[in-house]
Design a protein around this ligand. Structure first.
Ligand code: FEO
Length: 404
């Protein structure tokens, strides 16, 4: 049975939802699933825009057959060759051998690496800015290297204003019947998963995202639909979405707030983190959240760090170093280019208190423009009643740094 949604009377979403996959890219949890979006245009010519992951192939093929309604497939545009989108391509080619494949040079190189069998005479290689006619529709192409693979490109249908944006503007979370941004409560139900997808998958490439946003400026007024490869199709409120992307891509926090992440072996560092959270709330600081680094998947922590202005890292010392899970979180932040945040440090140790110095060194030397507050709370095994003044001082220092 087909499961499709119309974007316009000639453009149909023929993708699929996946609730069975537990880890996207075998690393990021997706408790709310994910969608693989594929679209087919049925104008004078028929054009398929990207395919889906292997798991969703059967559904996509059924959808395609239904929408084509006996017609042949004339073209397949491949904007992105990563297997969560291209894995089903060979099946489509086998079923529709007359289809010509539109892609760029780097894309066809990747196709070869992945072992796709595509006849040379079926390839149409496009360059950035090319305009090609597919029946009564004109397509143009904008390359967006490293968002998030080197071959990635977007295709704009100049006739109906649909921008096939590949991973850009994509999101975790299955569609489950919905398709458009205005069919959902985006802030309540989608924003967090959108942020977690973007920051973890493409966070490292903020400068590349900014470049593509700049490149797209001249054609923005021609865009009527943003059709990404995962998540919602946007048909209005583009300014809102672009504003979010501008924040994420420029590593600017969306909100003033404090994320406290602690690494605690026996609950003593955790107690200090909780005590600080209580002090901050008493001082009227809003938007304070506390996370156990050992029990929170790092993708959620990364999304938190991209969202908020302030971060507190509270870590015990382990083998004279930073607690391994906290170190791994720091490495992830570095890998994803996190920058421009204000950080306070709480350190703990029972015979050698080293974690604070090491965390500060990491932030100063290995990351960009991280401001480490001078006030640091040092705990020898357990927070003492006599340290309340220090705790107050740290909370005040964080509050002060949030002004302006
Ligand atoms: Fe959704 Fe880069 O693949």
């Amino acid at each position: 049975m087909h499961v499709v949604r119309e974007v316009t009377d000639q453009l149909t979403w023929i993708g699929a939802n996946d609730h069975r996959l537990t880890l996207f890219e075998n690393i990021h949890p997706i408790p709310e699933g994910v969608s693989y979006n594929s679209y087919v245009l049925t104008g004078e010519k028929t054009v398929l825009f990207d395919t889906v992951d292997w798991d969703a192939c059967r559904q996509m093929l059924e959808n395609l057959e239904y929408v084509l309604d006996g017609r042949d497939l004339d073209y397949i545009v491949v904007n992105h060759w990563e297997p969560d989108h291209a894995a089903s391509l060979q099946e489509v080619i086998t079923k529709y051998p007359n289809a010509q494949i539109i892609g760029n040079t780097k894309g066809f190189q990747l196709a070869e690496q992945f072992g796709f069998q595509i006849d040379e005479d079926k390839k149409i290689v496009v360059n950035e800015g090319d305009v090609i006619d597919v029946g009564d529709h004109k397509l143009t192409f904008l390359f967006m290297p490293m968002v998030h693979w080197p071959e990635a490109m977007v295709t704009l249908d100049l006739t109906n204003g649909a921008l096939f944006s590949a991973d850009a503007f994509g999101s975790f979370k299955a569609l489950d019947g919905k398709l458009f941004n205005d069919e959902v409560n985006y802030d309540r139900d989608w924003l967090d998963e959108n942020r977690r997808y973007l920051t973890n998958i493409v966070g490292k490439y903020g400068p590349h995202i900014r470049k593509i946003l700049k490149k797209a400026e001249p054609v923005l007024d021609q865009i009527k639909f943003i059709c990404p490869l995962h998540g919602l199709v946007w048909r209005n409120d583009f300014g809102y979405l672009l504003d979010k992307y501008n924040h994420w891509a420029s590593y600017e926090p969306e909100e003033k707030g404090v994320t406290i992440v602690y690494a605690s072996m026996y609950g003593n560092t955790e107690q200090a983190a909780q005590a600080l959270a209580a002090k901050l709330c008493e001082l009227g600081v809003e938007n304070v959240d506390v996370f156990d680094v050992s029990n929170t998947h790092v993708s959620y922590l990364i999304a938190e760090v991209f969202k908020k202005s302030h971060l507190v890292l509270a870590s015990c010392t382990y083998n004279l170093g930073i607690f391994p899970v906290m170190l791994s979180f720091l490495e992830d932040m570095k890998a994803l280019n996190v920058q421009n945040r204000t950080v306070a440090v709480i350190e703990n140790g029972s015979w050698a208190i080293r974690s604070g110095d090491l965390i500060s060194e990491f932030l100063d030397e290995q990351m960009k423009t991280m401001t480490v507050l001078n006030d640091r709370l040092t705990i020898a095994s357990r927070l003492k009643d006599g340290q309340e003044e220090e705790l107050d001082g740290l909370a005040l220092s964080i509050k002060e740094s949030m002004r302006g």
